[in-house]
Write a protein that binds this ligand. Structure first.
Ligand SMILES: [Zn+2]
Length: 172
């Protein structure tokens, strides 16, 4: 397999980890989000690409990726942030208006947005480096989707410690 074999199509999660291994054989400066040509691009904005997630968790798993390589949400420049808000609204409006369906036939009437802050982009389970180019996830959401992973001891932590960490609500 070469990197081209993974282009312009979606991958199962297993294939995705093979693909990440393949990426590691390329020069370290290569970035599959900067070089967007292997992705399925839905919209080409000025500073952003709207792409289909290469290895979707669920149907209609999309991502907004900046054309400039940056890592953190807070690395976004003002002009990028401005277009990001527009692109996110445009994408969500377009998805909602389309009345798309989940695999079980129910209508998708809500979406979830997420981005992961990672201190370390190495995945020890699959022994691969995750891409550090900022990518913002847009996925269909369902009521109680997170129920299986909720922590039954979620209230059991020191809120006072947390308050003091943030200066007890003092104005910034
Ligand atoms: Zn990049």
């Amino acid at each position: 397999m070469s990197i081209e074999d993974y282009n312009d199509r979606l991958l199962s999660r297993d294939e995705y980890f093979e693909y990440l291994k393949e990426l590691e054989t390329l020069p370290p400066e290569y970035c599959a989000f900067c070089d967007n040509k292997g992705n399925v691009t839905l919209k080409d904005f000025t500073f952003w690409n709207l792409i289909v997630c290469k290895a979707p968790y669920w149907r209609y798993h999309l991502m907004l990726t900046p054309k400039r390589h940056f890592k953190q949400f807070t690395d976004m420049e003002v002009k990028e942030a401005e277009e990001f808000l527009f692109a996110l609204q445009y994408t969500t409006d377009t998805l909602i208006a389309a009345g798309l369906k989940n695999s079980d036939g129910t209508e998708i009437d809500r979406y979830l947005y997420f981005w992961r802050f990672r201190q370390n982009s190495f995945d020890p389970v699959n022994n691969v480096q995750k891409p550090d180019h900022f990518h913002f996830h847009i996925v269909p959401e369902k009521e109680h989707l997170w129920a299986p992973i909720l922590d039954e001891n979620a209230c059991d932590f020191d809120v006072e410690q947390l308050k003091s960490l943030f200066g007890d609500g003092e104005e910034m």
